[in-house]
Design a protein around this ligand. Structure first.
Ligand code: 13P
Ligand code: 13P
Ligand code: MG
Ligand code: MG
Ligand code: MG
Ligand code: MG
Length: 363
């Protein structure tokens, strides 16, 4: 069966502050999606203050009706959020008029279309207080690093490697790298995750889609501060793709990502179960949840809340230690992001105020 898996998310109001989603919004979204004729199945969840709609259907990617449905859910939830005066109600909805495609309007979208295999395990990653480039390092490890993914070495169905589609979010262009050959060239770009993001990964032998991320850059789209575009990622697993455990493995070492407080700080990405997914300390540290599903004719059997497992306890300890260390730097870079990367800044105003006190030394 040809299935489309669409994960569409938006921050449409935080409870309390930017920490979580009010149960009333989850209830509203579930009510609107459950049994909907456009969908085969749906699962509604949240990570931090971001509401995630996980949907299966047969309409293909960028399907106008499915995107309209997601938009309507976010609009209706915004109404609920406004009544409760939740924080930043409607934060990620940039336009009032929907015109057929949700991309470019604020919500984040990760979608893939595929022939469902005899067994179709997928992992859906959802993060809060960070940006799409946060997936670059783990995607590199999953699909290109033999020290992470044993299958790259010992599975004949994976040995030829994977193609990576990388987007340049500033110049709005894309390039495909064939790995392992193009590894070093690719790392020149994806090592700068604020600008270059891995959008999709394909199996080299079969051309099958393996992974798809959301790369909408909210802060650039809006032209003003409206928070970081907290990202989602879909990864298919097993039988020629990395095993579930290989897909989860990179998150055992929390890497530094951009986001955290006011979208303007660098901090460790902490893997957590759903019970612990509400960023708290300094509005963080940034969180990632991994939900596993087995698809059966498009039905979502799950979720398995992978990072709730004790084998990720050590990663959380490391993330807390790194968070402690980074916080000690307060407003200094590199804990506070470089001026170009901050979501908002007082620099122009302060510069203006102090204009008379700056003495030009070139004269
Ligand atoms: P089982 O023997 O438990 O099925 O595990 C197989 C495997 O490949 C695990 O990575
Ligand atoms: P969100 O992008 O999750 O809304 O966070 C914004 C923020 O300013 C957190 O301090
Ligand atoms: Mg928010
Ligand atoms: Mg958020
Ligand atoms: Mg956000
Ligand atoms: Mg088994």
């Amino acid at each position: 069966k040809n299935i489309t898996l669409s994960v569409i998310k938006a921050d449409i109001g935080g409870f309390v502050g930017h920490s979580s989603v009010h149960p009333g919004l989850l209830e509203k979204a579930r009510g609107m999606l459950s049994g909907h004729p456009l969908l085969i199945d749906a699962h509604v969840t949240h990570v931090g203050d971001d509401l995630n709609l996980i949907m299966t259907h047969e309409g293909g990617r960028n399907n106008g009706e499915v995107h309209q449905l997601a938009w309507d859910v976010f609009q209706a939830c915004t109404e609920v959020a406004k009544k409760m005066k939740l924080y930043g109600a409607g934060q990620d909805l940039l336009s009032d008029a929907f015109s057929g495609n949700i991309k470019g309007m604020g919500p984040g979208v990760a979608e893939m279309q595929f022939e469902e295999r005899a067994s179709e395990p997928v992992v859906i990653f959802m993060a809060d207080k960070t940006e799409p480039g946060a997936w670059n390092l783990p995607l590199y490890k999953i699909f290109a690093d033999p020290f992470n993914t044993a299958g790259l070495v010992i599975d004949p169905k994976m040995h030829n490697g994977f193609n990576f589609e990388v987007r340049d979010l500033i110049k709005n262009r894309k390039v495909v790298f064939s790995c392992p050959e193009d590894l070093y060239d690719m790392l020149v770009f994806i090592g700068a995750p604020g600008r270059y993001c891995i959008k999709r990964v394909f199996h080299r032998d079969t051309g099958d889609i393996c992974a798809a991320s959301s790369t909408q850059r909210l802060n650039l789209m809006a032209g003003r501060y409206i928070g970081k575009d907290d990202p989602v990622l879909i990864v298919r697993c097993q039988s020629g793709f990395p095993a579930v455990g290989e897909v989860l493995e990179p998150f055992a070492h929390p890497h530094l990502v951009s986001g955290w407080m006011r979208g303007s700080h660098s901090g460790p990405l902490m893997p957590v179960g759903l019970e612990q997914c509400n960023p708290t300390r300094f509005d963080g540290p940034p969180r990632v949840v991994a939900l596993g599903f087995q698809l059966a004719d498009g039905k979502l059997h799950g979720p398995q809340d992978f990072f709730a497992d004790p084998s990720y306890d050590r990663a959380r300890e490391t993330a807390n230690a790194v968070a402690e260390y980074m916080r000690s730097m307060g407003p200094f870079e590199p804990h506070r992001l470089h001026l170009d990367e901050m979501e908002y800044t007082t620099l122009p105003e302060v510069s203006k105020k102090l204009k008379e006190r700056f003495i030009d030394l070139r004269k």
